[in-house]
Design a binder for this molecule. Structure first.
Ligand code: NAD
Length: 499
């Protein structure tokens, strides 16, 4: 594909903006530059916010059913064109085509959920809260809201946000990851084609500079963020200091506890997909297997040949199970963390450093890696690796497994593999983690539930998508109404009571 340029989407059209700063877009499988991204300026953001503010007025007054009809049309377009969107992900993110199609499918489910907006926005009504007085509650849109998203799900994570924000009657400004920005413009075009008024959905490309401009912009009422923990914390701190509503989902270190009674074959298959799928670049990836009792040696013996035999290649390659990492810097960081683990005493049962994929020698690949004998003090355990590396930590019993998990700063997802229902129930009840799987390695909630971690995996009060997002993107209003009879009664000075 020849070099291309990716700009912004402002007032229903592609915009080059001020175009003063640019950044290369790489093909991670070849390591080559394939395009250029125009980075937005404060003036570009002002233009997007002005258009969004104007559009939000009319859109917020549009009946929820009419808004839902636009989302229905968009849903049809997405279903017809899911392969086009998936192709953009393969080209810029590097994930395999089947994995990209899975990402698009999970995003589509949120659009399906958002089409139920007339039902979701219904308030509550109580007749006769006092004599002759009725009360009700309703949820109203915030106005202009923004979303800042990570590289690892360039279609799905924006779709966690904008279908619900728009369905609730807001205008939405997306700041996608600068690494894989093309999906954002495809979705913008299709929303317009579905009948969305100009300005209701905008895209502003950029890096830290534009993020800081979003956080300070007085015309933006709320910010949804998904990305790494240090940035999530920054977004939450600065955004709330500017009076915005903020939900900021951060990084993760997800553990899977394997009990001695677990179905070992099932646990091994689950670990293979959850640790190495998408090259480990998922916030719900399992990066630590916690082997309880004597299961460790059997687990490592079963995993090792499978990890060594992973099929790694460009995303279109038939049978490829994982692709490259997102950048050269990412590749180097993952290899450094493997090296530090080995230097600290972990055993590299399978070492993926230095992998060269034939025909793609300059791609950002790291081979599947299995580290055994990992300790909590090692950097390969304490840092989020975000690569195809599974650390095995051996512990004597379930109590030690739980203590290990609870000492970790992250609490996004966790899983337990066991055949004992009582053990599973106790684990689910006590574990201090936001999303829990029992014999399910990636407990990613469906679109009609909500997604989010605890501790330093989420800053703010609301989880993403599902009913929590409807609450996040709306303000609650309580109304009391009386139509008095015309007989005058005079003023009442005591605090009103029901009689
Ligand atoms: P990132 O934090 O580097 O970037 C996320 C977004 O923030 C991007 O749009 C980027 O442009 C912007 N950004 C980067 N540095 C910034 C800074 N210093 N100031 C302001 N903005 C900045 O994350 P990433 O590398 O794109 O994505 C991977 C991370 O996202 C991992 O930590 C992963 O766990 C996390 N993630 C979390 C979830 C979740 O639901 N909790 C989901 C997906 C990814």
């Amino acid at each position: 594909m020849s070099h291309y340029e990716v700009g912004h989407w402002i007032n229903g059209a592609v915009s080059r903006g001020s175009g003063e700063r640019r950044q290369d877009i790489f093909n991670p499988a070849t390591g080559a530059v394939q395009g250029q991204l125009l980075l937005g300026s404060a003036a570009d953001l002002d233009a997007a916010v002005a258009g969004a503010t104007q559009a939000a007025k009319g859109w917020g007054q549009t009946p929820p059913l009419a808004r839902a009809r636009v989302l229905f049309k968009f849903l049809t377009l997405l279903q017809e064109r899911r392969e086009l969107l998936a192709e953009a992900l393969v080209r810029e993110h590097g994930k395999t085509l089947p994995d990209a199609l899975g990402e698009v499918a999970r995003g589509i489910e949120v659009v399906e959920f958002a089409t139920a907006m007339p039902q979701l926005l219904k308030g509550e009504y109580t007749e006769q809260i006092a004599r002759g007085m009725d009360a009700w509650s309703m949820r109203q849109p915030l106005g202009v809201v923004a979303g800042i998203t990570p590289f690892n799900f360039p279609a799905m994570v924006p779709m966690w946000m904008y279908p619900i924000a728009i369905g609730c009657g807001n205008a939405f400004i997306l700041k996608p990851s600068e690494r894989d920005p093309s999906a954002s413009l495809l979705m913008a075009r299709w929303l317009k084609e579905a009948g969305l008024p100009d300005g209701v959905f905008s895209v502003i490309q950029g890096d830290k500079d534009i993020v800081d401009a979003i956080l300070a912009h007085p015309g933006i009422a709320a910010v949804s963020f998904v990305g790494s923990t240090p940035v999530a914390e920054h977004i939450y701190r600065i955004g709330t200091a500017h009076g915005k509503r903020v939900q900021a989902l951060g990084g993760a270190k997800n553990h899977m506890v394997v009990m001695p009674d677990a179905d070992l074959d099932g646990a091994v298959d689950a670990l293979m997909g959850a640790a190495y799928g998408s090259a480990g670049e998922r916030c719900m990836a399992i990066s630590v297997a916690v082997a309880v009792g004597d299961v460790g040696h059997k687990l490592v013996a079963a995993l090792a040949p499978k990890v060594g035999a992973l099929k790694i290649g460009e995303g279109h390659q038939q049978g490829a199970e994982m692709g490259p990492l997102i950048t050269r810097a990412s590749q180097q960081r993952v290899e450094r963390l493997i090296g530090e683990g080995v230097a600290a005493g972990a055993k590299a049962v399978v070492d993926g450093r230095g992998l060269r994929v034939p025909g793609h020698e300059d791609g950002f690949f790291v081979g599947g890696t299995l580290l055994d004998g990992v300790g909590a003090e090692m950097s390969c355990y304490s840092e989020e690796i975000f690569g195809p590396v599974l650390c095995v930590v051996r512990v004597p019993d379930l109590a030690a497994a739980i203590a290990l998990i609870e000492a970790n700063e992250y609490a996004n997802g966790v899983a337990i593999f066991t055949r004992d229902g009582h053990v599973a129930r106790e684990f689910v009840h006590h574990i201090q983690v936001g999303m829990v799987g029992v014999n399910v390695p990636l407990p990613v909630p469906m679109a009609f539930n909500s997604f989010g971690g605890w501790k330093r995996s989420l800053f703010g009060d609301h989880h993403a998508y599902g009913p929590e997002a409807v609450r996040f993107y709306t303000k609650h209003k309580a109304v009391m109404q009386r139509w008095p009879d015309s007989t005058p009664k005079g003023p009442q000075f005591a605090f009103p009571q029901n009689t």
